[in-house]
Design a protein around this ligand. Sequence first.
Ligand code: AMP
Ligand code: ZN
Length: 451
Amino acid sequence: MLRIYDTRARQVEEISAGRAVRMYTCGPTVYRHAHVGNLRTYVLSDLIRRVIERRRVRVLACQNITDVGHLTDSGADKVMEGARAEGRSVRELARFYEDAFVADSSALNLRPPEHMPRASETVDLMIELIARLVEQGHAYVVPDGSVFFDVRTFPTYGDISGNRLDDLKPAHRIDAVDPRKRFHADWALWKPSSGELTWESPWGPGFPGWHVECSAMSLRFLGSRFELHVGGIDLRFPHHEDERAQSDSAAGHEVVRHWVHGEHLLFDGRKMAKSTGNVVLLSDVVAAGLDPLAVRLAFLEHRYRQQMNLTWDTLRAADRTLRRWRARVAEWSESPSAPMASGWVERIESAFDDDLDTPSALRILRELERDDTVAPGAKFETFLHVDQVLALDLSTEIGRARVLPPGAGELLEARARARDARDWDASDRLREELAEMGVRVSDTPEGQSWS
Ligand code: AMP
Ligand code: ZN
């Protein structure tokens, strides 16, 4: 079974699975396109899911859509601000970027989660949870209609990130000196409002805080105990710390078994973030003529727990590998069938189970590709088997590559002769004729090849 680094336990732990593993991933805030940095975190969830499912254990995934409540540093709602900037309604903007996110996820072969609740459609769950926390004495209502979590009622606050209450300086938070709070590190569960994003509640009209949204949705869709909670490393504090305090206080016990965090993606050496303007979208990758799955392969070349620096060169290299593997799989598919290369599969799978050591898995796969003692049919079976986890569409060229349209064979031969005779004009003309038939010719040191 998969062993994975648990941020709270600070060690690698085996996931104990019954019949199913339940996994919550903090979903995107839909006020702009997800950049490939964000997507790295969602590839992590997908990878966890595929590695576990290979063991015939079902994964039940919930990944929310944050379309209200996530505030900027200056306290504005991100979606509301985005809508204002683009001159659209909040709902229109949120649905637009949600659709774009779903399309990007699908281009990266991310399996759709079983549950994808929108925060704006589950506000009743948040109100219910907040009311419970107030009733239990974990939260308090202030005269303007805000509700705050009383963090000092949760003694193990800080277990995930190590940020203990005693060490947290008031200055750490922008609203440090908010006189409505009993303690500077308390946070809002409910905020009064009157704009487009407003719901009725026992405390007056308003909207829920981002942290309580994830608690309410995870408790509702996965239950009061679940195995995995996934997000990017920046969510460790305060988002996940606050979420744990809310969920555990309401449930009366530890709700999440393992907290898993993916490290950040850098681009050209700097953290990818909208605020630094250092953003690459999946559509930029496609516009550069690269396969979107080159992004997935580039991610897999690094361990999820390492910061990773992406560059256009790495993406182009990943794209070449992808194309080469697809071509080779197609080639091997024409050889007599053979059982999977034993020993190899076990090594690759144990790398996956070893805290998602995908760089090692890929290294072993490259070794297998080069090993002349392994029958092509066995390579074929092994690559396809491993692709259930890698999800790189390695079978897409099968049956496609080797069938020439009628007449193309003669043209290829004529072009080879033209090249031998150094007749470049004829060679170029023949290449164009072939291109019109759908045959792409390229010249390599070994002679011309086609696809
Ligand atoms: P957001 O849509 O801003 O709520 O972020 C969605 C997810 O992307 C969260 O899990 C973040 O932690 C994660 N994230 C943000 N920036 C990066 C980055 N540069 N690399 C990897 N993950 C990131
Ligand atoms: Zn969350």
